[in-house]
Design a protein around this ligand. Structure first.
Ligand code: BDR
Ligand code: CA
Length: 340
């Protein structure tokens, strides 16, 4: 199995990533680290605890993380993920607390306990990992692999014209992380960025497939109705929660003229963390613009040696999207059958 340390800002697509990993037979979720991003960090941590307990994994520790970026003021995006970060879903609150240790200490301690073994998966701003590396510069060498959802390369941003959310929230953290990896024996992070993750679109038809595979009373096929039929009853509480979460995400994308669908960046990055063989990659020197008045938070990739530096990252460029959805929907359906 692949031991994964998940650092996230849960988040609708973060939720899918967490549930996918919890159900995947090839994954061991070692710990869940919370960071401010989509919603404030206390909301993120409550969601992480809630989902873990809902899925029967109260043994997995949740760490509280950075309350805000290293330098910038925190921005959150409740318009994208809902007031509580999980769309319209009403998740029962967990009756346990987060760890007393911080997420940055968790990065340090977990990689000391299992040097060379752990796969880091960051699907939120990189603040916790940057703080950990400031305290312990040898940390990158102790990770087996690092997969990051973030950035965009020669492709429009989703936060500013040229920047992607996870990097734009904390550009300094992203810069510090990128410059600490890919050197001195530290692995080259695999970067799942918008040109690829925006090809990974969850649609209402996927929800219908999920409901059917879970043996639940199916949600209706999408119609011209304003809720596209997704509000109809389903007998399975997990399918219902996921439908309620995704419906909000569909509406957000629809409101931004992207169609009644949702880009599910984060579970895709989770699949890459378990099996990097599902993507083609291109080596590049990756860094982040910190100063530009128009382009702050933009990731820049040098693939032609302009900067005279060794590639510090692998940018994921291609994948088999239908194969990913087969995997994702199977895991979610298994989870839904297990929990009800
Ligand atoms: C990223 O931003 C967040 O809103 C999503 O959860 C994802 O991690 C996509 O840009
Ligand atoms: Ca996220």
């Amino acid at each position: 199995t692949v031991p994964v340390v998940l650092d996230c800002d849960t988040g609708i697509d973060d939720t899918l990533a967490l549930l996918y990993l919890l159900q995947h037979p090839a994954a061991e979720v070692v710990a869940v680290l919370s960071t401010a991003g989509n919603v404030p960090v206390d909301v993120v941590a409550a969601n992480n605890l809630g989902w873990l307990d809902y899925c029967g994994h109260a043994e997995i520790e949740v760490f509280p993380g950075a309350e805000g970026p290293l330098v910038a003021d925190l921005m959150t995006c409740e318009d994208t993920h809902g007031p509580h970060g999980i769309g319209y879903a009403e998740l029962p609150a967990a009756n346990r607390q987060v760890s007393e240790r911080t997420a940055s200490d968790a990065w340090i301690e977990l990689t000391r306990d299992r040097p060379g073994e752990l796969v880091g998966l960051v699907i939120g701003p990189l603040t916790n990992l940057a703080l950990a590396i400031r305290k312990d510069p040898d940390l990158p060498q102790r990770l087996h692999r690092l997969v990051i959802m973030g950035g965009t390369f020669n492709y429009p941003g989703n936060t500013t014209p040229t920047s992607e959310w996870n990097i734009a929230v904390d550009p300094e953290a992203a810069h510090e992380v990128f410059t600490a990896f890919g050197i001195d024996g530290a692995p080259q992070p695999i970067i799942c960025s918008l040109p690829l993750t925006e090809q990974v679109a969850f649609t209402p038809d996927h929800l219908v497939r999920l409901a059917e595979a879970a043996g639940s009373v199916p949600v209706e096929r999408p119609s011209a109705a304003d809720d596209h039929g997704l509000r109809s009853a389903t007998s399975n509480s997990t399918v219902r929660l996921l439908t309620d979460a995704l419906r909000f995400y569909f509406e957000f994308h629809h409101d931004h003229d992207e169609g009644y669908l949702a880009h599910v960046h984060d579970p895709f990055a989770a699949a890459v963390a378990l099996d990097p063989g599902i993507v083609r990659t291109q080596p590049a020197v990756v860094d982040v613009e910190l100063a530009g008045s128009l382009t702050r938070g933009t990731t820049v990739a040098d693939t032609r040696g302009f900067w005279g530096r060794q590639p510090n990252a692998l940018i994921a460029t291609e994948t088999d999207v239908p194969a990913f959805f087969d995997d994702l929907l199977s895991r979610l359906a298994e989870l839904a059958r297990r929990i009800g």
